[in-house]
Design a protein around this ligand. Structure first.
Ligand SMILES: [Mn+2]
Length: 198
């Protein structure tokens, strides 16, 4: 399975302020993760509003998706958001993020090594829905076999993949569940979205 995703509410609340989405259109894959500020009902309302906006503006340029979403959800609490666009023709991944959602990339070549070192990309400061000053997308190579993981701050930032042998990279759902279990912080909503180009 190419996609793995798990979300977990803080304290088993029925509302989850962390939301994710993924879409494939032709040679383009779009991945999005949103962390509505705080947790509970109003965090979920903000995160869902952002995701609904992104889902209906997938063909817009990345910077316009962010600026449009920033306006669209200004009456909500707002949140952190990361979007990754994989272009399978160009073999690239372009990422932009506002706030503390996180993203890392693992290369297939590294799976064989005993120490898999993820590449972390950076997000810019601000709150989607309340504004931001700078947003600079970053484009990196992304080739068949590569893995990208997007996650919220309900999961520890730095993740040690060395304990996960190659078998785990075959099942993204299993890997996502393992990441939440091993690296979840239990003090906030948490979400993990993993995609691999297989
Ligand atoms: Mn959070």
């Amino acid at each position: 399975m190419a996609i793995g995703s798990v979300k977990q509410s803080f304290g088993d609340n029925k509302h989850c302020g962390d939301q994710f989405g993924h879409w494939q259109k032709g040679y383009q894959v779009t991945l999005c993760i949103v962390d509505g500020l705080g947790h509970g009902k109003h965090a979920e309302i903000a995160a869902r509003a952002a995701m609904t906006y992104v889902a209906s503006h997938l063909t817009n340029p990345l910077l316009e998706i962010f600026s449009g979403c920033n306006k669209e959800i200004r009456d909500t609490r707002g949140g952190a958001m990361g979007i990754a666009i994989i272009d399978k023709k160009a073999c690239t991944l372009t990422y932009a993020g506002i706030g503390n959602t996180r993203i890392l990339i693992l290369r297939r070549a590294d799976f064989k090594e005993t120490s898999q070192k993820p590449r972390y990309l950076r997000s810019d400061y601000g709150i989607v829905g309340a504004g931001y000053k700078h947003l600079v997308p970053e484009t990196v190579p992304f080739v068949p076999g590569d893995l990208v993981m997007m996650y919220t701050d309900g999961v520890k930032e730095l993740i040690d993949f060395t304990a996960y042998g190659p078998p785990l990279y075959k099942d993204m759902q299993e890997l996502a569940e393992k990441i939440i279990k091993d690296w979840g912080r239990d003090t906030d909503d948490a979400a993990v979205l993993i995609y691999t180009w297989d």
